[in-house]
Write a protein that binds this ligand. Structure first.
Ligand code: MF3
Ligand code: CO
Length: 256
């Protein structure tokens, strides 16, 4: 059963989403060659707590940090630490926050210094695939339409789509049903209803789609060592489309 949120729940999720958006904007701007990924984590935790939120990743099944920082061939769930970002790297930053019991979760991928043309294309395609998925969200649509829209943009750009990880429902827990593929045929799957909230998070690679988990038990990498990118938003299904709950304020147009 995928719940439909009440107005009160949505107000809380909007605030959680805004906290996440603010953190992502703030820490993306820190990214530069020479920065250790644990500095991103410390800054994120401070921003979340100052805003009155709780970092949802910290302690989640024992996860040790407030953000995930996944560099180059790391797809998702990279643990921030002493690793220093180098010119030409690419880092995915994933953040989650809880506000009065409700969750927001989003991620961006940021180039470090100047990256290769192929990596720049990968980053653009991953963000575009997320936007295409969001554009397919509306009351009455099928989740298969969303998955298919993501995959089509990825493939048109010549990128591969990670199969073993995907999006998820979100609300009072960070991970709720349904699980959402970033690939597959259109027309089938869950019928989207107004008030449903979920995270779309395409993960694309410049190589194959196979993954493995490192010995730390968390870091998911491409099996072939190819570079990967990841973008994520928390969205709400509305009558006319999607409301993006984790959109940064400066990207919001036409709303008070
Ligand atoms: N956005 C990530 C996901 O949905 C957040 C989980 S990171 C964890 O998988 F460390 F908290 F697990
Ligand atoms: Co997520």
């Amino acid at each position: 059963m995928v719940p439909r949120r009440s107005c009160d729940e949505l107000d809380r999720m909007r605030i959680a989403g805004q906290i996440v958006a603010r953190v992502l904007r703030g820490i993306s701007e820190m990214v530069r060659p020479g920065l250790a990924t644990r500095e991103l984590d410390a800054a994120a935790e401070e921003i979340i707590r100052k805003a009155g939120g709780i970092p949802s990743f910290k302690g989640y099944h024992g996860y040790p940090a407030s953000v995930c920082a996944s560099v180059n061939d790391e797809i998702v769930h990279g643990i921030p630490g002493p690793r220093v970002l180098e010119d030409g790297d690419v880092v995915s930053i994933d953040v989650g926050a809880i506000w009065q019991g409700y969750h927001g979760d989003a991620a961006v991928t940021v180039p470090v210094g100047s990256v290769s043309e192929a990596v720049a294309t990968l980053i653009r395609a991953t963000e575009a695939s997320l936007q295409a998925g969001i554009a397919a969200v509306r009351e009455g649509a099928r989740m298969g339409d969303v998955s298919h829209a993501i995959e089509r943009v990825a493939r048109d750009a010549g990128c591969e789509v990670v199969r073993e990880y995907g999006g998820h429902g979100i609300g009072q827990a960070m991970h709720e049903p349904p699980s959402i593929r970033n690939w597959g045929p259109p027309g089938g799957g869950l019928r989207l209803r107004e008030g449903m909230t979920f995270c779309l998070e395409p993960m694309l690679t410049l190589g194959g789609y196979s993954t493995k988990v490192l010995d730390d038990g968390w870091t998911v990498v491409t099996a072939d060592g190819s570079v990967s990118a990841h973008f994520e938003h928390t969205v709400l299904v509305t009558e006319n489309g999607a409301e993006i709950l984790t959109l940064p304020p400066e990207d919001q147009v036409g709303e008070a």
